[in-house]
Design a protein. Structure first.
Length: 277
């Protein structure tokens, strides 16, 4: 039950972070938002190290560095897919892939959840597909961006898998490694593309909020995977688009489509099934 609570809270915080990140990208360049939000997250994790101490080791940092590179690569590929395709194809493809890979990895490692939990996994994957649908895209759906979206999902899924491989006694040190590598990659990318990382006026607080929330979600994920199976934790964490949708509905007044409402209902059902298993 502890893992379910932590993973569900993680999904809610991830969704909130994405909401703030979406607001920030409306005001500033994408690379600026990514770099500065990750710096804010790094500041949070450094502040939390004395509170949640762990054993610093080369293995902990190495898994974290690899996770950060995988997540940053996934983010770059995701934005590339959005630039060449439509959200209604890219978002669900990326989301389901990022959720399915940790589940498959957990099964390959010998994890065998209860039957009810397995039903919850299937329902959860379905809910990710439904809530990620975007019916407002102005262009006709195309499958040309699917390979890039699949690669982006693999990057995000790899982030969760690689973080889960870090030793439990490492505490938060893997996240320090993850942020160090992802920030370095984004800065190098900005230099190569000759893009400025300076945010637009008034956007810094929103960017910082996105980064702090994203790192808080990462901390919750690490704690959740220490108390439960990766195959279950990853599915619950992947339900984060539901909270992003609900925030957009409440704060921005965006309309939820019937398929997305069904997805939110499936997400709640998935949490319930995994919790009682």
């Amino acid at each position: 039950m502890t893992a379910v609570i932590l993973a569900t809270a993680c999904a809610m915080v991830y969704g909130t972070a994405d909401f703030f990140g979406g607001l920030a990208t409306r005001r500033s360049r994408v690379l600026s938002v990514v770099a500065l939000s990750q710096l804010a997250g790094l500041a949070l994790i450094l502040a939390l190290l004395p509170v949640l101490p762990g054993l610093l080791s080369g293995g902990a940092l190495a898994w974290g560095l690899a996770a950060g590179l995988s997540g940053a690569a996934g983010l770059v590929l995701f934005y590339r897919a959005l630039a060449t395709g439509v959200m209604s194809v890219v978002a669900p493809t990326t989301a389901v892939t990022s959720a399915a890979l940790p589940v498959a990895f957990g099964f390959a490692r010998g994890e065998r959840p209860e039957v009810l939990a397995l039903v919850g996994v299937v329902l959860g994957l379905g809910s990710v597909l439904l809530v990620s649908q975007d019916r407002t895209a102005g262009r006709p759906a195309s499958t040309a961006s699917v390979p890039t979206a699949l690669a982006a999902g693999a990057g995000f899924g790899g982030f969760f898998i690689l973080l889960a491989m870090a030793p439990d006694e490492a505490g938060l040190w893997p996240l320090v490694g993850a942020r160090a590598s992802s920030i370095s990659l984004v800065v190098l990318l900005a230099l190569a593309m000759r893009r400025t990382l300076r945010p637009s006026a008034g956007s810094l607080p929103v960017i910082a909020a996105a980064g702090v929330l994203d790192m808080a979600a990462n901390v919750l994920y690490l704690l959740a995977k220490q108390h439960g199976l990766l195959s279950l934790v990853a599915v619950l964490v992947s339900l984060y688009p539901a909270s992003t949708l609900l925030l957009a509905r409440q704060v921005l007044g965006e309309r939820l489509h019937a398929v997305q409402v069904a997805g939110v209902a499936c997400a709640l059902g998935a949490v319930a099934l995994i919790a009682v298993a």
